[in-house]
Design a protein around this ligand. Structure first.
Ligand SMILES: [Fe+2]
Ligand SMILES: [Fe+2]
Length: 275
Protein backbone atom coordinates (compact mmCIF):
# COMPACT_ATOMS: atom_id res chain seq x y z
CA UNK A 1 0.00 0.00 0.00
CA UNK A 2 1.35 3.41 -0.87
CA UNK A 3 1.87 6.12 1.73
CA UNK A 4 -0.62 8.19 -0.24
CA UNK A 5 -3.52 5.83 0.41
CA UNK A 6 -2.54 5.48 4.08
CA UNK A 7 -2.58 9.26 4.41
CA UNK A 8 -5.88 9.35 2.61
CA UNK A 9 -7.51 6.95 5.09
CA UNK A 10 -6.32 9.08 8.02
CA UNK A 11 -7.64 12.24 6.35
CA UNK A 12 -10.93 10.56 5.45
CA UNK A 13 -11.44 9.36 9.04
CA UNK A 14 -10.81 12.90 10.32
CA UNK A 15 -13.22 14.32 7.74
CA UNK A 16 -15.82 11.68 8.67
CA UNK A 17 -15.53 12.42 12.41
CA UNK A 18 -15.89 16.13 11.85
CA UNK A 19 -18.85 15.76 9.46
CA UNK A 20 -20.54 13.44 11.97
CA UNK A 21 -19.77 15.48 15.11
CA UNK A 22 -23.40 16.64 15.42
CA UNK A 23 -24.64 13.05 15.17
CA UNK A 24 -22.40 11.66 17.90
CA UNK A 25 -24.51 12.94 20.84
CA UNK A 26 -27.85 11.70 19.43
CA UNK A 27 -26.24 8.35 18.53
CA UNK A 28 -24.94 7.96 22.09
CA UNK A 29 -28.38 8.94 23.41
CA UNK A 30 -29.94 6.19 21.28
CA UNK A 31 -27.34 3.65 22.43
CA UNK A 32 -27.85 4.57 26.10
CA UNK A 33 -31.61 4.40 25.70
CA UNK A 34 -31.69 0.95 24.10
CA UNK A 35 -29.01 -0.58 26.33
CA UNK A 36 -31.06 0.43 29.42
CA UNK A 37 -34.01 -1.73 28.33
CA UNK A 38 -33.34 -5.44 27.56
CA UNK A 39 -36.21 -5.76 25.06
CA UNK A 40 -35.19 -2.58 23.21
CA UNK A 41 -31.60 -3.74 23.29
CA UNK A 42 -32.57 -7.08 21.75
CA UNK A 43 -34.46 -5.32 18.93
CA UNK A 44 -31.51 -3.00 18.36
CA UNK A 45 -29.06 -5.93 18.18
CA UNK A 46 -31.44 -7.67 15.79
CA UNK A 47 -31.48 -4.51 13.62
CA UNK A 48 -27.67 -4.52 13.51
CA UNK A 49 -27.82 -8.19 12.53
CA UNK A 50 -30.21 -7.35 9.68
CA UNK A 51 -27.90 -4.56 8.45
CA UNK A 52 -24.90 -6.90 8.47
CA UNK A 53 -26.94 -9.54 6.65
CA UNK A 54 -28.02 -6.96 4.04
CA UNK A 55 -24.35 -6.02 3.54
CA UNK A 56 -23.40 -9.68 3.07
CA UNK A 57 -26.32 -10.24 0.73
CA UNK A 58 -25.29 -7.28 -1.45
CA UNK A 59 -21.77 -8.73 -1.76
CA UNK A 60 -23.22 -12.09 -2.78
CA UNK A 61 -25.55 -10.55 -5.35
CA UNK A 62 -22.99 -8.20 -6.91
CA UNK A 63 -19.85 -10.37 -6.74
CA UNK A 64 -20.05 -13.78 -8.34
CA UNK A 65 -18.70 -15.74 -11.27
CA UNK A 66 -15.22 -16.82 -12.28
CA UNK A 67 -13.43 -13.66 -11.12
CA UNK A 68 -14.55 -14.08 -7.50
CA UNK A 69 -11.40 -13.92 -5.36
CA UNK A 70 -10.39 -15.01 -1.86
CA UNK A 71 -10.51 -11.46 -0.42
CA UNK A 72 -14.15 -11.05 -1.47
CA UNK A 73 -15.11 -14.46 -0.05
CA UNK A 74 -13.40 -13.50 3.22
CA UNK A 75 -15.33 -10.23 3.29
CA UNK A 76 -18.62 -12.04 2.62
CA UNK A 77 -17.98 -14.67 5.30
CA UNK A 78 -17.06 -12.02 7.91
CA UNK A 79 -20.14 -9.86 7.24
CA UNK A 80 -22.30 -12.99 7.53
CA UNK A 81 -20.56 -13.86 10.80
CA UNK A 82 -21.28 -10.34 12.10
CA UNK A 83 -24.97 -10.90 11.29
CA UNK A 84 -24.81 -14.20 13.22
CA UNK A 85 -23.00 -12.56 16.17
CA UNK A 86 -25.59 -9.78 16.57
CA UNK A 87 -28.53 -12.17 16.08
CA UNK A 88 -27.17 -14.52 18.75
CA UNK A 89 -26.70 -11.62 21.19
CA UNK A 90 -30.22 -10.34 20.35
CA UNK A 91 -31.79 -13.73 21.08
CA UNK A 92 -29.85 -14.01 24.35
CA UNK A 93 -31.18 -10.62 25.44
CA UNK A 94 -34.75 -11.44 24.38
CA UNK A 95 -34.71 -15.06 25.61
CA UNK A 96 -36.34 -16.36 22.43
CA UNK A 97 -35.72 -16.66 18.66
CA UNK A 98 -36.13 -13.46 16.61
CA UNK A 99 -37.00 -12.93 12.96
CA UNK A 100 -36.28 -9.87 10.80
CA UNK A 101 -40.00 -8.99 10.84
CA UNK A 102 -40.68 -5.27 11.39
CA UNK A 103 -41.98 -5.64 14.96
CA UNK A 104 -38.69 -7.28 16.03
CA UNK A 105 -36.46 -4.50 14.66
CA UNK A 106 -36.13 -0.72 14.88
CA UNK A 107 -36.84 1.39 11.80
CA UNK A 108 -36.63 -1.56 9.35
CA UNK A 109 -37.83 0.49 6.37
CA UNK A 110 -35.21 3.17 7.04
CA UNK A 111 -32.57 0.45 7.33
CA UNK A 112 -33.53 -0.99 3.93
CA UNK A 113 -33.75 2.49 2.40
CA UNK A 114 -30.30 3.33 3.77
CA UNK A 115 -28.74 0.49 1.79
CA UNK A 116 -30.94 0.87 -1.28
CA UNK A 117 -30.38 4.61 -1.70
CA UNK A 118 -26.67 4.45 -0.98
CA UNK A 119 -26.25 1.66 -3.50
CA UNK A 120 -28.26 3.61 -6.10
CA UNK A 121 -25.98 6.63 -5.63
CA UNK A 122 -22.83 4.51 -5.88
CA UNK A 123 -24.08 2.76 -9.03
CA UNK A 124 -24.92 6.10 -10.65
CA UNK A 125 -21.34 7.27 -10.12
CA UNK A 126 -20.00 4.27 -12.01
CA UNK A 127 -22.63 3.95 -14.73
CA UNK A 128 -21.09 2.84 -17.99
CA UNK A 129 -17.61 2.55 -16.50
CA UNK A 130 -15.87 -0.65 -15.46
CA UNK A 131 -17.55 -3.76 -14.05
CA UNK A 132 -19.16 -4.53 -10.72
CA UNK A 133 -15.90 -4.44 -8.75
CA UNK A 134 -15.34 -0.69 -8.33
CA UNK A 135 -18.93 -0.02 -7.10
CA UNK A 136 -18.60 -2.93 -4.65
CA UNK A 137 -15.28 -1.67 -3.26
CA UNK A 138 -16.54 1.92 -3.08
CA UNK A 139 -19.83 0.99 -1.39
CA UNK A 140 -17.91 -1.18 1.08
CA UNK A 141 -15.47 1.61 1.94
CA UNK A 142 -18.29 4.10 2.56
CA UNK A 143 -20.18 1.64 4.80
CA UNK A 144 -17.02 0.65 6.69
CA UNK A 145 -16.41 4.27 7.73
CA UNK A 146 -19.88 4.22 9.35
CA UNK A 147 -19.42 0.74 10.85
CA UNK A 148 -16.13 1.57 12.59
CA UNK A 149 -17.45 4.94 13.82
CA UNK A 150 -20.76 3.52 15.16
CA UNK A 151 -19.36 0.32 16.67
CA UNK A 152 -16.70 2.25 18.58
CA UNK A 153 -19.42 4.45 20.10
CA UNK A 154 -21.50 1.35 20.86
CA UNK A 155 -18.55 -0.40 22.51
CA UNK A 156 -17.96 2.62 24.77
CA UNK A 157 -21.61 2.74 25.83
CA UNK A 158 -21.69 -1.03 26.48
CA UNK A 159 -18.62 -0.70 28.71
CA UNK A 160 -20.12 2.32 30.49
CA UNK A 161 -23.28 0.30 31.23
CA UNK A 162 -21.20 -2.79 32.24
CA UNK A 163 -22.85 -4.95 29.59
CA UNK A 164 -20.71 -8.00 28.83
CA UNK A 165 -20.79 -7.80 25.03
CA UNK A 166 -17.42 -7.21 23.38
CA UNK A 167 -17.18 -5.73 19.89
CA UNK A 168 -13.37 -5.70 19.89
CA UNK A 169 -12.79 -8.39 17.26
CA UNK A 170 -15.71 -7.19 15.15
CA UNK A 171 -14.33 -3.62 15.10
CA UNK A 172 -10.90 -4.97 14.15
CA UNK A 173 -12.48 -6.86 11.23
CA UNK A 174 -14.40 -3.76 10.05
CA UNK A 175 -11.17 -1.74 10.14
CA UNK A 176 -9.49 -4.57 8.23
CA UNK A 177 -12.22 -4.41 5.57
CA UNK A 178 -11.68 -0.67 5.15
CA UNK A 179 -7.95 -1.13 4.72
CA UNK A 180 -8.46 -4.04 2.36
CA UNK A 181 -10.91 -2.11 0.14
CA UNK A 182 -8.52 0.85 0.00
CA UNK A 183 -5.60 -1.41 -0.91
CA UNK A 184 -7.52 -3.21 -3.62
CA UNK A 185 -8.75 0.03 -5.18
CA UNK A 186 -5.31 1.59 -4.92
CA UNK A 187 -3.68 -1.36 -6.68
CA UNK A 188 -5.92 -1.00 -9.71
CA UNK A 189 -6.00 2.81 -9.72
CA UNK A 190 -9.74 2.86 -8.95
CA UNK A 191 -9.62 5.26 -5.99
CA UNK A 192 -11.45 8.49 -6.72
CA UNK A 193 -11.12 10.75 -3.68
CA UNK A 194 -13.76 13.23 -4.78
CA UNK A 195 -16.34 10.51 -5.44
CA UNK A 196 -15.60 8.90 -2.07
CA UNK A 197 -15.90 12.23 -0.22
CA UNK A 198 -19.18 12.98 -1.87
CA UNK A 199 -20.66 9.54 -1.36
CA UNK A 200 -19.58 9.67 2.27
CA UNK A 201 -21.58 12.89 2.71
CA UNK A 202 -24.58 11.25 1.02
CA UNK A 203 -24.18 8.29 3.41
CA UNK A 204 -24.09 10.64 6.40
CA UNK A 205 -27.42 12.14 5.36
CA UNK A 206 -28.91 8.66 4.92
CA UNK A 207 -27.61 7.61 8.33
CA UNK A 208 -29.08 10.80 9.80
CA UNK A 209 -32.54 9.79 8.49
CA UNK A 210 -32.16 6.27 9.86
CA UNK A 211 -31.02 7.60 13.24
CA UNK A 212 -33.97 10.00 13.43
CA UNK A 213 -36.37 7.16 12.73
CA UNK A 214 -34.76 4.97 15.39
CA UNK A 215 -34.95 7.85 17.89
CA UNK A 216 -38.64 8.26 17.02
CA UNK A 217 -39.43 4.55 17.44
CA UNK A 218 -37.67 4.34 20.80
CA UNK A 219 -39.53 7.42 22.07
CA UNK A 220 -36.23 9.27 22.43
CA UNK A 221 -36.92 11.84 19.71
CA UNK A 222 -39.81 13.26 21.73
CA UNK A 223 -37.87 13.02 24.98
CA UNK A 224 -34.75 14.75 23.62
CA UNK A 225 -36.11 17.24 21.10
CA UNK A 226 -39.65 18.26 22.11
CA UNK A 227 -40.14 22.01 22.18
CA UNK A 228 -41.94 24.05 24.85
CA UNK A 229 -45.21 23.35 23.00
CA UNK A 230 -44.59 19.59 23.32
CA UNK A 231 -44.20 19.40 19.56
CA UNK A 232 -41.22 17.60 17.96
CA UNK A 233 -40.01 18.57 14.47
CA UNK A 234 -39.76 15.66 12.02
CA UNK A 235 -36.14 16.50 11.24
CA UNK A 236 -34.38 17.01 14.54
CA UNK A 237 -30.85 16.58 13.20
CA UNK A 238 -29.23 18.94 10.66
CA UNK A 239 -28.43 17.66 7.16
CA UNK A 240 -24.89 17.66 5.88
CA UNK A 241 -24.36 20.26 3.17
CA UNK A 242 -20.65 20.01 2.44
CA UNK A 243 -18.86 21.68 -0.43
CA UNK A 244 -18.65 18.25 -2.09
CA UNK A 245 -22.44 17.96 -2.08
CA UNK A 246 -22.92 21.56 -3.23
CA UNK A 247 -20.46 21.77 -6.05
CA UNK A 248 -19.34 18.33 -7.06
CA UNK A 249 -19.95 17.13 -10.57
CA UNK A 250 -18.11 14.21 -12.14
CA UNK A 251 -18.98 12.41 -15.35
CA UNK A 252 -22.14 10.41 -14.69
CA UNK A 253 -22.47 11.51 -11.06
CA UNK A 254 -25.72 13.48 -10.78
CA UNK A 255 -25.80 17.06 -9.57
CA UNK A 256 -26.31 17.47 -5.85
CA UNK A 257 -30.04 18.21 -6.12
CA UNK A 258 -30.54 14.86 -7.83
CA UNK A 259 -28.61 12.84 -5.27
CA UNK A 260 -30.93 10.72 -3.17
CA UNK A 261 -30.14 11.39 0.46
CA UNK A 262 -28.33 14.61 -0.47
CA UNK A 263 -28.35 17.49 1.96
CA UNK A 264 -30.95 20.20 1.83
CA UNK A 265 -29.36 22.45 4.39
CA UNK A 266 -30.59 24.33 7.39
CA UNK A 267 -33.58 25.90 5.62
CA UNK A 268 -35.25 22.52 5.05
CA UNK A 269 -34.31 21.46 8.57
CA UNK A 270 -35.98 24.51 10.07
CA UNK A 271 -39.03 24.30 7.84
CA UNK A 272 -40.07 20.89 9.17
CA UNK A 273 -42.68 21.27 11.87
CA UNK A 274 -44.73 18.89 13.97
CA UNK A 275 -46.21 15.97 12.07
FE1 LIG B 1 -19.79 -6.06 9.41
FE1 LIG C 1 -17.32 -4.85 7.17
Amino acid sequence: MTVEIEDYLVQMRTRFSSENAALEGPTNALLNGVIANPESHARFLNTLSALEQMGGHRIMVSQHGRALDLATLKHLSEETRHAFFFKRQAERQMGRPLTYESHEMFAPNSAYQYFKRLEANVKRCFEGRGGARAPYLTMSMIVEFRATWAYQLYQSQLARASVAISLTSLIAEEKGHLLDMARRMDRTGEVNYRVLARLSSVETNLYRRFLQQMLAETGLRQKLFAGADGCTPKNVLPSVATKELRSFSLNKCPASGEMEGGGHGQAAFNSQKCD
